[in-house]
Ligand binder design. Structure first.
Ligand code: NAP
Length: 500
């Protein structure tokens, strides 16, 4: 058993607010799901608020929880403006209020005589914290924390500029005891989620406002990623992209894993440089990943083998990591377009216009052409339109002809109208001379384009249907099982509706 317990006890809910009443509200919220709680006393806006909050805490005596008091000074990256004496005063007050642990930053610790803290009435267990908000420094192979020595545990929180930085910090966790690893920043997020699995005593997650960059909210840490139950047997998957924070793929895939009781997790990897991620695949034990912008084409040269169709499309959105570490790529956007459209239109013999000539337009064009449709391309770059039309045996349609030409289906494969630009449409009502309009955009679920089409009495297909279908196909490729489609669909639709 670890220093803080097992399972959910190792996820530390961070409670941080400027007022005592908001702090107490957050404690009550945290206690619904967490058993270990950090109290950021330095966030409270005045001594009066600190006093009020600690009085409240003392009266409650939450016996089943472990509280860790932090009153970090500005010098150590916190918000407390007082000196060390005042800091220790508040940490000692926190002990009186029932806190069993305190977090003392290195900037304070090194100013104190050796052994001073053990003799001072701070909470009996001390976590020494070291922060670097700018980079991940050189790290030793392991950290030795002698139990009942000067401190009980050591935490290193360091900004990960690269995925390799976050891997270095996780390796220290793997080789140390009584150690807490906190990779900071958006690039470090997957490592944060895997820290417990690598042996970190704690993973931090805020109840409300983030207190450090790249944090995952408490409910997501516990319910979406189940960070407390990941272990060495967990199969790790993910999505790589830049940006990637908006992606609903973690929700889609993790819902599937939970519904099928699989020991697997799907994480979002913010990847600036593809090589940085590829090197980390063995360290994280990644079995497969989805690819979004801007890496869909660049991944091709790193694959040992590629599904011929994906090679023809020139874009891969799904990678399987084989046992020998080699990469196999395929494209499920193709299946996604087909499954989404086939329900409403017999593709064989139809005439479809694709607006745009980028990665998803290519997947759509190949899918429709293979299904027997005549494919027309309209894009702002003439060369791109011509090249794609030639590749699928289709034709180029100039924009001005859209008012007179008619089609069975029109597909938008540009990002125009995507969140947060919901008010705009790539095409006007007069340009929609067709029976069906499909928007590949899935956020929002109902775009301006689809609204305009519906108003004209044209049938519509949301990009959500494609997103779901391409995701189900990925899930099945990786797991070899049937995807629990209903549960996955419900989770994504409710998240989309809740966000809009
Ligand atoms: P992409 O490779 O960057 O291609 C975007 C295309 O849109 C290019 O042809 C681009 O033209 C064109 N474009 C961009 N801004 C434009 C503008 N203001 N006016 C005219 N044309 C413009 O992107 P992608 O991967 O194909 O993605 C396109 C959209 O599809 C995104 O919204 C994405 O979220 C969505 N998508 C959805 C799914 C799904 O599962 N539902 C899957 C994949 C993609 P230039 O080349 O001239 O820039």
């Amino acid at each position: 058993m670890g220093l803080f317990g097992v399972g959910v006890q190792r996820v530390c809910a961070v409670v941080a607010a400027t007022t005592a009443s908001e702090m107490s509200r957050q404690v009550r919220t945290a206690l619904r799901s967490a058993r270990t709680i950090e109290l950021r006393l330095d966030w409270l806006r005045s001594d009066a608020e600190r006093l009020r909050f600690l009085r409240w805490l003392r009266k409650r005596r939450h016996a089943s929880a472990t509280f860790l008091a932090t009153c970090r000074r500005k010098e150590g990256g916190g918000r407390f403006a007082g000196d060390i004496a005042r800091q220790l005063h508040w940490v000692a007050q926190a002990r009186e209020a029932g806190c069993q642990w305190c977090d003392i930053e290195m900037e304070t610790f090194r100013e104190l005589p050796e052994g001073f803290l053990r003799a001072y009435p701070v909470p009996p267990r001390i976590l020494l914290s070291i922060h670097d908000f700018d980079r991940t420094p050189n790290l030793p192979r392991n950290i030795v924390v002698a139990r009942h020595g000067l401190v009980d545990a050591v935490k290193i929180a360091a900004h990960a500029r690269t995925i390799a930085d976050s891997v270095r910090l996780l390796k220290v966790a793997r080789h140390s005891r009584n150690f807490v690893a906190v990779p900071l920043g958006d690039v470090g997020l997957p490592a944060r989620l895997l820290a417990l699995r690598e042996g970190s005593e704690l993973a931090y997650a805020p109840v409300a406002e983030a207190t450090a960059p790249g944090q995952v909210p408490l409910d997501e840490m516990l319910q979406l990623y189940r960070a407390h139950s990941l272990n060495r047997g967990t199969h790790v998957y993910g999505v790589i992209g830049d940006p990637v924070g908006h992606s609903l793929s973690p929700l889609l895939h993790n819902t599937g894993f939970t519904a099928r009781h699989l020991n697997a997790a799907y994480l979002p990897f913010l990847v600036h440089r593809l090589g940085d991620f590829l090197k980390a695949i063995p360290d994280f034990g990644i079995r497969g990943f989805s690819i979004t912008l801007p890496h869909k084409q660049a991944i091709l040269k790193h694959l040992k083998e590629c599904e011929p169709l994906a090679a023809e499309i020139g874009a891969v959105n799904t990678v399987v990591v084989r046992r020998d570490g080699s990469l196999y790529g395929c494209n499920t956007d193709y299946v996604g377009v087909l499954r989404a459209l086939q329900r409403k239109l017999r593709l064989q013999g139809s005439r479809a216009l694709i607006f745009g000539a980028g990665g998803s337009a290519r997947a759509a064009a190949f899918a429709l052409a293979r299904a027997g449709a005549t494919v027309c391309i309209c894009a702002r770059r003439e060369n791109a339109s011509k090249e794609l039309a030639r590749a699928v045996g289709g034709e180029v349609i100039p924009r001005r002809a859209l008012r007179t030409e008619s089609f069975d289906a029109i597909l938008n494969a540009t990002p125009i109208g995507m969140h947060p630009h919901e008010a705009i449409s790539p095409l006007s009502a007069g340009e929609l001379q067709c029976r069906i309009v499909m928007d590949l955009i899935y956020r929002p679920e109902r775009t301006k384009l689809l609204e305009i089409a519906a108003r004209k009495g044209i049938a519509t297909v949301s990009g959500v249907n494609m997103f779901l279908a391409q995701g189900f196909a990925q899930w099945e490729i990786w797991t070899g099982k049937r995807a629990p489609e209903a549960a996955m669909r419900r989770a994504v639709l409710s998240a989309l509706r809740w966000r809009s």
